[in-house]
Design a protein around this ligand. Structure first.
Ligand SMILES: Cc1ncc(COP(=O)(O)O)c(C=O)c1O
Length: 395
């Protein structure tokens, strides 16, 4: 095996590095100087701008501290019965499943379609029991789930739908934006996401009463947030109307998000282009490539994932990760399937083999750098690092 040089001194190419520009820096400084760092006018502006981007009313968007928080309060606000079953995918970040559990509900896994890597509608249908009350699809890597089929199943069985849109801000399915199909859509602005606020998230809610409840739940169950108590309209009393959580977004975070959202489409175009370069450049390699998006959909291009099958590639997935690292190129794994983790095995007696498509993919998948911040030199480094890791010459 040729392998990378032993002491590569090039700077480390960070996986998922955000594209932060001067606008964000200046807005954060202005926020710091304004004397108001907490939830206030900048959060309200981000909610308005996000609602406009999604074609929703401002009252249908609520900013929160993370997508995990968004998922949790959405499920509480949905008013599901304690212990009710929520069907989701085994190929997701642990936060999706943890949020179900924290909401007092029972996660039930339905396997993915290996081509789309999203939850299979047929597997959802097969997992429904009399205790099922919700479906939680994840638009994996930014590719939309088959929402026509999922919404038909939901309406047939009267189920709530909560979309995990952590990868899918720009995603559309047959002309409709991700996060607007279900009762709730939950978004992440974590540091590696398509738009970032450091930590942060957004909830979109179809029903205005339910989203209003989610907003109250996200701030201790208080009827008024701090800006509405201490802001420029004079002090106002609040009432605690239920026992909520501390999940509010700060203006300091929204200061970043406002400008990230303004450049969302520009960054999407860049990731779209890089995704296309990878697809072409790797077409002759013995690795698995992501399926091209369906024509009537818009992919969010959040992750570019290849599959390393050791029999075809002559290298195991984890060894490939090490080879990439030795060339100072950051990678990710999205994800080892949820039942691979010990806690879920102990708590639910889950075994990865019960969801074979997610298990296989989780053991073979590698996410390559895909961010609006990637320059041509960075992309060229990724292309050559993949070939070198596979001991294949020439780019
Ligand atoms: C699919 C998915 N769901 C939920 C989350 C949780 O997002 P956050 O970190 O904003 O809580 C993530 C974050 O990585 C994710 O990838």
């Amino acid at each position: 095996m040729t392998g990378p040089p032993r002491s590569d001194t090039r700077p480390f190419l960070v996986f998922g590095a955000p594209d932060i520009q001067e606008d964000e820096v200046q807005e954060v400084i202005a926020c710091l100087r304004s004397g108001w760092l907490g939830t206030g006018p900048r959060v309200a502006r981000l909610e308005r701008d996000f609602a406009v981007y999604k074609g929703c009313l401002p009252s249908q968007a609520a900013a929160v501290s993370s997508c995990t928080a968004a998922l949790h309060v959405s499920m509480v606000a949905a008013g599901l019965d304690r212990g009710a079953e929520v069907i989701t995918t085994p190929l997701t970040f642990c936060a999706t499943v943890n949020a179900i559990i924290h909401a007092g509900l029972t996660p039930v896994l339905a396997d993915i379609d290996p081509a789309t890597q999203c939850i299979s509608p047929e597997a959802i249908e097969a997992a429904i029991t009399p205790r099922t009350q919700a479906i939680l699809p994840v638009h994996f890597a930014g590719r939309p789930c088959e929402m026509d089929k999922i919404m038909a199943i939901a309406s047939k069985h009267r189920l709530v739908v909560i979309e995990d849109c952590a990868h899918a801000i720009e995603t559309e399915y047959r002309g409709q934006k991700a996060g607007t199909f279900g009762d709730f859509g939950c978004f992440s602005f974590y540091v590696t996401k398509n738009m970032v606020t450091g930590e942060g998230g957004m909830i979109l809610g179809r029903n205005e009463a339910r989203i209003a409840r989610a907003r109250v739940l996200a701030l201790h169950g208080m009827s008024k947030d701090a800006w509405h108590r201490f802001g420029d309209k004079g002090y106002k009393h609040y009432e605690v109307v239920e026992c909520g959580f501390k999940y509010n977004m700060m203006d300091l975070q929204a200061a970043i998000g406002i400008h990230q959202l303004a450049r969302l489409e520009q960054n999407w175009l860049r990731r779209h282009a890089v995704w296309g370069v990878y697809q072409q450049a790797f077409a002759d390699l013995p690795i698995g490539l992501p399926t091209e998006p369906d024509l009537d959909t818009r992919h969010g291009y959040h992750l570019y994932t290849i599959m390393i099958d050791s029999n075809r590639c002559g290298i195991a997935r984890d060894e490939f990760l090490e080879q990439m690292n030795a060339q100072r190129v950051g990678t990710g794994v999205h994800y080892l399937s949820v039942p691979e983790h010990p806690w879920y095995q102990q708590r639910f007696a889950w075994r990865p083999e019960a969801w074979p498509n997610a298990m296989k993919l989780g053991r073979e998948t590698v996410s390559l750098p895909l961010s609006g911040a990637l320059g041509e030199v960075d992309v060229a480094r990724v292309l050559s690092a993949v070939r070198t890791s596979l001991s294949i010459q020439g780019a």
